[in-house]
Design a protein around this ligand. Structure first.
Ligand SMILES: [Zn+2]
Length: 844
């Protein structure tokens, strides 16, 4: 990669005075950015993007400047070094890109309204005002905002408003912070406020399109999360307030702007009287994630984007630590096991995946770093390993020290390892660097040979992989005392197996608790021993067993067909995590069958056998006071029953639809999507379809909208599917932030696949123009990859995406995804017959 200079090396800002005049009617932002700092050279550079600059003054005098769009900078000739105040007058467009300063659109009582908000991470603060837009360039900011204001509007920012003069709102000086964490918003808002034990004001803000009660859940979680972190980190929350704001248009999930966190509406506001437990868990973890960042990310920030994982991996672990502490009955770590762990294991098994720590310079490449499976999920698993190794006392002591040393400054991964190492007396860095700097993970094989039990590590691949001889320091968590804490070498022999088995009195197992980032391949002796004692395994161990077997099958180390006969043994479990992995594995079998074939019919029967007893036990309607496990398991079994075309279930769902036709949003939220999908798939006509699509347009209930977006694409009617694709580019119906879910829905329907694929190929340019600037863009490729499984689609995928291989930010995704589809096509080709035979045997 070409050498590039960080602007911070040329000019180090200490304080900003930013004045912004934002006009929604003319869609123009005008302003002045006045930056005081230390010029290290006589020629400096300040970031800007899409701006018109009318004047640049240094210490009050006009100075020459040039533009350079390539580096997104203004180059300024100061003619001096040392302390200088640079004032830049600029104008910029107010666009709908969901980056920089942008409008969100919504309707209130039939009237169209706008709420202006911001999204600056990673490199979009430079679209709002000229600045040294790098995480290391921390400074204090005085923000003054004027806008075409009308009565009833509010403006909020990182810090409290201190005065309003001639329509200009002035905010208190910020603490020393990075530009990407600045935020503000204005428009008509409602809010609910409370105060933490330590006196921090906590608030939840949304448009008035929501009922006031929809703010309550988030307010409670936010308040208790901050109280938890103040205690856990032993470091006070550093600002006077913590606002949470729901924006109707928002590209990511949420953004940790310091003191003003922004969220998708779906991840903040919810109806406390009708929201599924699963959705509540998700909203709570998102809030806890963003609030973890207020210290880890905001108070102490990564020095450069290569250490993005410091922010994200950590927050991704802490969201579970926090929710587990404030809602222990939720068993939230089970969600970690069913979502983050498999996501990380799947993606990290493809050769060409990025490591958690990645060198990066180009802004487009920085956005591509936000790989949910790696920087978030794998990184969080890494930190879970660290936590398990050093324990909470050392973790907390180390963190306290880390915050005290680096607060209002920046840090690298080495700084964190040093702090945790000092607190624990362990060489944390040496252990963790093998995970941080290397892509992939090992499969640890456990085998009995010549009577000896031996364990061996080797990199695990799904698909073709080049074995580079990588080794990891693997925390083994074995259940026999003879197992070392860390496997640092390629292989270790534990001793005589018969003796070990006798002494320990239970089957041999590794990675107990599933907290280390590796999978286990037991030889037949050991696997049969575990399967013979299946009932003695807890739910996490059962999940792990099935998950590892599935991965080994994807990696062609065992046959996929061998897993099929095991499934029925897990179908009786009342545990959510077991049902989650069971139906995940069963769902994977769908790629082996052709639509409307005898094989598909047999597979549907298998689903029916697996789910029937559970459907009887749980029923279609949630009961008061049922266990969390029952609430969370019901969706899996109902979904399976509908796939199975179970007539009683189809009739039961239809009955519920008819009885609630006038208030479908009021159907129990945890089963609503299945009732809607059943109706669309099996009963609906164009009238009902249009009614549901209209509900989607009108509703402000994000979870009901998500259900409709999942249900409508299940129709088998080509004309209705064409109608859906027809609204993909109509932002009044489908907001660009929600389009990916619609696209996936239609693509995933065998009757809509061709039309959806044609749409994305024909309108790729439109898609790039609309959402190309944001960090979620590459996931359109990932979603496509998730569906494709035939040689024809593979060829079409290559023909379309290979010419785009050199597009910055897309290279890795296209390369990896091509490999993923190739691998899947080969697997199906090789194992289809055996898998379908195994299914036929299982349902005989
Ligand atoms: Zn985050």
């Amino acid at each position: 990669m070409a050498e590039s200079t960080h602007f911070y090396e040329l000019f180090q800002p200490t304080h900003y005075n930013v004045y912004l005049d934002i006009n929604r009617a003319t869609k123009v932002i005008a302003g002045t950015s006045t930056i005081t700092g230390d010029a290290k050279q006589t020629s400096i550079a300040i970031h800007q993007k899409f701006m018109t600059i009318s004047a640049v003054k240094a210490d009050g005098k006009d100075v020459p400047f040039t533009f350079d769009d390539q580096s997104e900078g203004i180059h300024i000739d100061l003619g001096k070094t040392g302390e200088t105040t640079v004032a830049i007058d600029f104008t910029a467009p107010l666009t709908d890109s969901m980056m920089g300063i942008y409008p969100s659109y919504y309707e209130l009582n039939g009237e169209k309204k706008e709420l202006i908000g911001t999204q600056f991470e990673t490199t979009a603060a430079r679209q709002a005002f000229p600045c040294v837009d790098e995480p290391e360039a921390k400074a204090t900011f005085d923000l003054a905002i004027k806008f075409d204001e009308h009565e009833g509007e509010t403006v909020i920012s990182n810090m409290p408003e201190v005065k309003v003069i001639n329509g200009v709102h002035y905010f208190d000086t910020t603490v020393r912070m990075s530009s990407y964490l600045i935020a503000f918003a204005f428009g008509e808002m409602q809010s609910k406020l409370t105060t933490t034990k330590s006196g921090v004001k906590v608030g939840v803000f949304s448009t008035k399109a929501h009922q006031p009660k929809e703010l309550d859940f988030a307010l409670d979680i936010a308040k208790r999360s901050i109280e938890f972190y103040e205690d856990f980190y032993q470091t006070p929350y550093p600002l006077p307030h913590s606002w949470q704001l729901a924006l109707p248009d928002f590209s990511a999930g949420a953004m940790e702007n310091w003191g003003l966190v922004t969220y998708r509406e779906a991840y903040l506001v919810l109806d406390p009287d009708n929201t599924s437990f699963e959705t509540k868990q998700r909203v709570a973890t998102v809030i806890a994630h963003e609030l973890a960042h207020q210290w880890f990310g905001d108070l102490v920030t990564m020095k450069w984007w290569d250490d993005l994982w410091l922010n994200e991996s950590f927050a991704n672990m802490m969201e579970y630590v926090a929710i587990d502490a404030i809602e222990p009955d939720w068993h939230i770590w089970e969600v970690f096991q069913t979502s983050e762990a498999p996501m990380a294991l799947q993606r990290d098994a493809t050769d060409g995946v990025q490591s958690v720590h990645v060198q990066v310079e180009d802004p487009a490449e920085i956005d591509a770093l936000f790989d949910g499976a790696i920087v978030y999920a794998k990184g969080a698993r890494m930190l879970v390993m660290v936590r398990a190794l050093i324990g909470d006392d050392a973790l907390r002591a180390g963190l306290k020290n880390y915050f005290a040393t680096h607060h209002y400054g920046n840090a690298t991964g080495a700084d964190l390892w040093a702090a945790l190492g000092a607190a624990s007396g362990m060489d944390v860095g040496a252990i963790m660097n093998s995970w941080l700097e290397q892509p992939g993970y090992p499969v640890v094989s456990a085998a009995v040979g010549d009577g000896k039990l031996t364990i061996t590590q080797q990199q695990f691949f799904v698909g073709e992989g080049k074995d580079a001889g990588r080794q990891w320091q693997v925390p083994l968590n074995g259940n026999y005392d003879a197992v070392p804490e860390i496997l640092a070498d390629k292989s270790v022999t534990l001793g005589d197996y018969a003796e070990l088995r006798q002494t320990n009195g239970q089957p041999f197992r590794l990675n107990v608790g599933n907290n280390s980032h590796f999978i286990v391949k037991y030889d037949d002796t050991l696997l049969q021993d575990i399967l013979a004692n299946l009932d003695g395994l807890d739910a996490i161990a059962q999940l792990q067993l099935l998950q590892d077997l599935r991965l080994l099958a994807e990696g062609r180390q065992i046959s996929y067909a061998a897993i099929v006969p095991l499934l029925s043994r897990f179908g009786v479990s009342h545990s959510t995590v077991v049902n989650d992995v069971l139906y995940g594995v069963a769902g994977n079998l769908r790629k082996f069958v052709t639509p409307d074939s005898a094989e598909e019919k047999a597979l549907r029967t298998l689903f029916d056998r697996l789910s029937a007893k559970q459907v009887d036990r749980l029923g279609w309607t949630p009961k008061a006071d049922e266990s969390n496990d029952d609430q969370l398991t019901r969706p899996f079994v109902l979904n399976a029953a509908l796939y199975a075309k179970n007539p009683e279930s189809i009739a039961a769902a239809h009955k519920l639809f008819v009885a609630n036709q006038d208030n479908l949003a009021g159907l129990p939220a945890s089963v609503r999507v299945f009732i809607l999908a059943n109706e669309v798939e099996n009963f609906s006509d164009a009238t009902i379809f249009d009614q549901l699509l209209n509900d989607y347009r009108k509703s402000s209930d994000a979870s009901y909208k998500a259900d409709l977006a999942a249900a409508l694409p299940t129709t088998g009617d080509a004309a209705l599917l064409a109608k859906l694709i027809g609204v993909f580019e109509d932002a009044d119906t489908v907001k660009p932030q929600d389009l990916r879910a619609w696209y996936r829905g239609v693509l995933n329907n065998s009757k809509g696949e061709q039309a959806a694929w044609d749409w994305i190929r024909n309108d790729w340019q439109w898609l790039e123009d609309t959402v190309g600037g944001d960090m979620e863009f590459t996931t359109y490729i990932t979603v496509t990859t998730g569906v494709f499984h035939t040689p024809e689609r593979l060829a079409e995928f290559k023909a379309f995406f290979e010419p785009k291989l050199n597009t910055p930010g897309l290279t890795r995704e296209i390369t990896m995804d091509t490999k993923v589809i190739e691998t899947r096509v080969a697997l199906i080709e090789d194992e289809k017959t055996a898998v379908n035979e195994a299914v036929a045997q299982a349902v005989k």
